[in-house]
Design a protein around this ligand. Structure first.
Ligand SMILES: Cc1cc2nc3c(=O)[nH]c(=O)nc-3n(C[C@H](O)[C@H](O)[C@H](O)COP(=O)(O)O)c2cc1C
Ligand SMILES: CCCCCCCCCCC(=O)C(=O)O
Length: 379
């Protein structure tokens, strides 16, 4: 663990994998909440692809390597994290467990990884930061949409700065909401009693509208690189990361605008259905970045081997959305800790069994791709 005293590792006889956790959590959630969290948009093509893309790669292990001192730590936002996995911004976590984002923040801090706070958090930036800082070591990013209300956007940024957040994750893939049939079929409304302090809304404000209606009210559909990035740069010294990049062209624009990093993301398949899996988009983004901006990735990461594959393709760090929600729904903070521990153990074991002593040892040579002719090709 990076700094701080070791934290007791939660163990479970029944939850051995993230698939086990998903199943157990889904049984605990009501149908509407389960559909809201677990679904993608329209035909569910991209959410499915996010997971299946991993199976097009195979590992190329090296043997007879001394892996007794395997070191999983890496750097994100200028600090050491215990392994290259952090928790993506996901709204409405108190629907999964009353402690919501507070529990996620504590679990991340205890595992020594970072967390991004959604604008739709049910707890304030101050509360989420304090919960994490009180539990261990953690850096937070604040997730922002491109919003119509610039004054509110600036208030969020000022609060995030004052609370010591390290970065802005500007979600660039959401000028409008993706089409999520489950929300229409279930007439999804957020449960009573939940607050949206970052967006300065009460539960009643939000409950009056559909999710789509809320997005249309808040989000800026006339956004652009030139409108958003120079303005953000002019008002804050926090790092600026663009979340939702899937192409070389947009990576080059992120570099041109001096962004600190990109998150290769398709919003967990919840925005435009039919876009490519993030693992498939990753190589062109890494190539276009040319080391001039940092490249992280999320979407479908469910095992340590998945993390390993993305690192071999050039990602610096991976992020997860739903697995944290499933942890929360299963057992609050302990459930998120269980998720992180499972991923860490799996990643560490994968490094050892591929003969990697440090993160730097994970390279293209660690991977082969199954091509359309069914043959394995070295990268
Ligand atoms: C329930 C839920 C809420 C989300 N809320 C946000 C959000 O508020 N802002 C955002 O940029 N992304 C949001 N996302 C997308 C995640 O940040 C992330 O990109 C995605 O969940 C990664 O895929 P995974 O769930 O397969 O790990 C949300 C995802 C889920 C599942
Ligand atoms: C009925 C109003 C719903 C408002 C709260 C929804 C939380 C939004 C979380 C963001 C999200 O779903 C996403 O980005 O994906």
């Amino acid at each position: 663990m990076a700094g701080g005293a070791p934290v007791p590792i939660p163990v479970s006889d029944t939850i051995l994998s993230i698939a086990d956790l998903e199943e157990a959590a889904s049984k605990k959630l009501g149908r509407t909440a389960k559909d809201f969290y677990n679904s993608g948009s329209t035909e569910q093509v991209t959410i499915r692809e996010n997971s299946t893309a991993f199976s097009r790669y195979r590992l190329r292990p090296r043997v007879l390597v001394d892996v007794s001192g395997v070191e999983t730590s890496t750097q994100v936002f200028g600090r050491t994290i215990s392994f290259p996995l952090c928790v993506s911004p996901a709204g409405l976590q108190a629907m999964a467990h009353p402690d919501g984002e507070l529990a996620t923040s504590r679990a991340c801090a205890k595992r020594g990884v970072n967390m991004a706070i959604s604008s739709y958090s049910n707890y304030s930036i101050q509360a989420v930061r304090s919960a994490g800082i009180g539990a261990g070591l953690i850096s937070h990013a604040i997730q922002l949409y491109t919003m119509k209300d610039r004054a509110m956007q600036e208030r969020i940024i000022r609060t995030a700065e004052a609370e010591g957040c390290s970065a802005i994750f500007l979600t660039a893939d959401s000028p409008v909401l993706g089409v999520r049939y489950n929300e229409w079929r279930n007439d999804f409304r957020t449960p009573e009693g939940l607050a949206y302090p970052i967006l300065e809304k009460t539960t009643e404000d939000i409950r009056r509208q559909t999710h789509d209606g809320t997005f249309v009210g808040f989000n800026q559909d006339s956004h652009s690189w030139d409108r958003e990035i120079p303005w953000l740069r002019s008002i804050t010294k926090m790092e600026i990361w663009i979340k939702g990049v899937l192409t070389a062209e947009d990576t080059e624009l992120a570099v041109k605008h001096g962004c600190d990093g990109i998150i290769v993301s398709n919003h967990g398949g919840r925005q435009l259905d039919g876009v490519m899996a993030t693992l498939d988009a990753l190589p062109e983004c890494v190539e276009a970045a040319q080391g001039k901006t940092r490249v992280h990735v999320d979407g479908g990461f469910r095992s340590g081997t998945d993390i390993f594959k993305a690192l071999a393709l050039g990602a610096e760090c991976c992020w997860v959305g739903r697995p944290a929600i499933w942890g929360l729904a299963y057992d609050g903070e302990a459930g998120v800790s269980l998720m992180l521990e499972t991923m860490h153990n799996d990643f560490r074991r994968c490094m050892q069994l591929t003969g990697c002593q440090t993160i730097g040892d994970i390279t293209k040579a660690s991977l082969a791709r199954i091509d359309s002719d069914g043959r394995l090709k070295r990268l």
